[in-house]
Ligand binder design. Structure first.
Ligand code: A3P
Length: 348
């Protein structure tokens, strides 16, 4: 099947399907791989692909484009706070981050067969959808339609899709912020995420997850190509690339650069406000970040994993990959990075 982006989406079958879904029970309802690129998605992606590719972009938009687990939520809160809440007095800060900054491609992540849990999960979005999109059909995808109907100026929109699957005019029309993180830490963070959330129920080990990641077999992979597509646009005046590690080592410096890029003209006091409001602990302790419960009581979270390894806000540090992955896997990862990121990026 051809998509508006020019890609073909093939159902994964046979040994390949078995390999990708062995430790991911919910994905056994179907995965697709795109060509070219090799992008892996749940099969529902097909339903939303053209809507996402043809999404109407406005010159006032700020898009946050990332591969999962690179610090997206942190950056989302930074962007929203810089633009709408630099004095920390905007009452809308109590509204979930999902509503303040719509995540366009979520619909495809829900299993094809609706369960009572997924219905419960979607309830807040459905209410928002009915409010913002009267007369529209939620089956066409609620989240991108919520994004399209968002009345904020600018709209701060988030997507985990690579640039080649987003509107081709995106970088020419809107401002784009892209985040890169060390692949070793992406692996351990993404593995934890997939084990924690019941929508993915990953049952394997971190080494097995790393194996899938290196084979470009995880949903939203290939990571290196995701990064490469953004990196190639790094000199475009509408593109701003952040690195998680730089944010960790000197967030004020990164906030200043963002201030210039966004044209927000924040003073030092306001930048300090943003910094304080978006620390790991501040965000972890705010219960309003997500519409859905992420505590051990939540049906979307495995309480055992949460107790043992932490929740969504797990560590927020650099270097976890080096601690969790075996020396053999780290050696392979180093070689992989050397080959895959040969377009000019290195990782410590
Ligand atoms: P860890 O699992 O390594 O702790 P995303 O938002 O893209 O899913 O990324 C999640 C990762 O960012 C998690 O990494 C999470 O803990 C970390 N994170 C979230 N908020 C953060 C913050 N304010 N400061 C630093 N790291 C943060």
């Amino acid at each position: 099947m051809s998509l508006a982006s020019g890609h073909e989406a093939h159902d994964l079958e046979g040994d390949e399907f078995e390999r990708l879904t062995r430790n991911f029970p919910p994905y056994r309802t179907g995965l697709v791989r795109l060509s070219p690129g090799g992008w892996v998605f749940p099969k529902q992606y097909r339903k939303y692909a053209d809507h996402l590719y043809n999404f109407e972009v406005r010159p006032t938009d700020v898009f946050l484009v990332t591969y999962p687990k690179v610090g997206t939520t942190w950056t989302q809160e930074i962007l929203w706070t810089m633009i709408f809440n630099p004095d920390l007095d905007n009452p809308k800060q109590e509204v979930s981050l999902e509503k303040r900054s719509p995540f366009l491609d979520v619909d495809m992540l829900f299993p094809a067969e609706t369960t009572p849990e997924t219905e419960e999960f979607m309830k807040p979005a459905l209410e928002e959808f009915k409010k913002l999109c009267p007369g529209k059909d939620p089956k066409d995808g609620m989240y991108w339609q919520i994004g399209a109907a968002c009345r904020d100026r600018p709209r701060i929109l988030k997507s985990h899709l690579p640039l080649s699957l987003l509107p081709p005019s995106l970088v020419d029309v809107a401002k784009v912020v892209y985040v890169i993180r060390n692949p070793a830490d992406v692996i351990t963070s993404y593995c934890h995420h997939c084990s924690l959330f019941t929508e993915m129920k990953f049952t394997g080990t971190v080494e097995e997850f790393a194996e899938l990641f290196l084979n470009d077999d995880v949903v939203y992979s290939p990571y290196w190509l995701h990064v490469k597509e953004a990196w190639e646009k790094r000199s475009h005046p509408n593109m701003h690339i952040l690195r998680f590690e730089d944010m960790k080592s000197d967030v004020t410096k990164e906030l200043r650069k963002l201030n210039d890029f966004l044209g927000t003209k924040l003073n030092e006091k306001q930048l300090e406000n943003v910094k304080k409001h978006t620390t790991f602990d501040a965000m972890k302790n705010r219960t309003t970040i997500f519409d859905f419960d992420i505590t051990e009581k939540s049906p979307f979270v495995d309480p055992e994993v949460l107790k043992k390894d932490g929740g969504f806000f797990r560590q927020g540090t650099t270097g976890d990959g080096k601690k969790k992955l075996s020396p053999e896997m780290l050696k392979r990862l180093k070689e992989w990075c050397g080959k895959r990121f040969d377009f000019g990026l290195t990782f410590d």
